[in-house]
Design a protein around this ligand. Structure first.
Ligand code: ADP
Ligand code: MG
Length: 267
């Protein structure tokens, strides 16, 4: 049935937070790269019309046809939209700005919230261990498609004053999707991003988030690191741009924690 979990696709993790600029795309790119470096087969599906994950993985405009937009509109399969990156074992389904229109165009389509899930279940998709979905900064139909397609959500939270305010809305949305369209949906974890240890506010917010989410919060904290922010303009994950910087090391640690939790799930 169309509602069965997509078979043989590996684990599908949506990277979501309706706030922009919290580190979703950076986490998608670098966590995916760290897992590929650990010899996992990884796919990133770029579901943000801004296409930052595609750009950050070195995919140029000419390589984005078909794109995730065509997949959602039923005009291409996921397999057809896959582009290999320079990172061995890491592929991406790129995004183009047309995706902005999908929020409206999909309203008219049947199974509008299940289109990505159906695409993941289609035959011909290569085997992946992990599929990350980089969500746009909203809780519209695109993010809903990811939550319906995903096994679990990974929530990046920037250590700033209103971090927890927006996230309660995301948690309610996850609960709602679990009750209606995707009973297996879980929160894989919450990752604190752009952490500045010298900043009291960063420390206070981190403490509040750990209080609220308990062990859902990864021990690994991603520090604010200029190398992390420079890497995308070179079309490279920070692990390739400067693998020794603090940001790269943090993402490698995070990948280790994610794998550990995933093994817990599989057991
Ligand atoms: P989102 O996808 O949630 O909108 P991004 O991952 O694009 O957020 O991050 C927003 C901005 O912050 C980008 O310019 C990115 O390069 C920068 N950034 C993200 N993580 C870090 C970090 N750990 N250190 C420094 N800059 C970062
Ligand atoms: Mg983004």
């Amino acid at each position: 049935p169309a509602d069965a979990a997509p078979q043989g696709t590996g684990r599908v993790l949506a990277i979501a937070n309706q706030k922009g600029g919290v580190g979703k795309t950076t986490t998608a790119i670098n966590l995916a790269t760290a897992l590929a470096a650990a010899r996992k087969r990884v796919l990133v599906i770029d579901l943000d019309p801004q296409g930052n994950a595609s750009t950050g993985l070195g995919i140029n405009a000419g390589q984005r046809d078909p794109s995730s937009y065509d997949v959602l509109m039923g005009e291409a399969s996921l397999a057809e939209a896959i582009v290999e990156t320079d990172v061995p074992g890491l592929a991406v389904v790129p995004a183009v700005v047309d995706l902005t229109g999908a929020e409206i165009e999909l309203i008219e389509r049947p199974a509008r919230e299940r289109r990505l899930r159906m695409a993941l279940g289609a035959e011909g998709l290569p085997q992946y261990d992990y599929i990350f979905i980089d969500c746009p900064p909203s809780l519209g139909i695109l993010t809903l498609n990811s939550l319906v397609a995903a096994d679990a959500v990974l929530v990046p939270l920037q250590c700033e004053f209103f971090a927890l305010e927006g996230v309660s809305q995301l948690v309610r949305t996850v609960d709602r999707v679990r009750r209606s369209l995707n009973p297996r949906l879980d929160i894989q974890g919450v990752v604190l991003t752009m952490f500045d240890n010298r900043n009291n506010l960063s420390n206070q917010v981190a403490a509040d988030v750990r209080n609220f989410f308990g062990d859902k919060v990864y021990k690994t904290v991603i520090p604010r690191n200029v190398r992390v922010s420079e890497a995308p303009s070179h079309g490279k994950p920070v692990l390739l741009y400067d693998h020794r910087c603090a940001g790269a090391k943090a993402y490698i640690h995070l990948a280790g924690e994610v794998l550990k939790r995933e093994r817990g799930v599989a057991a």
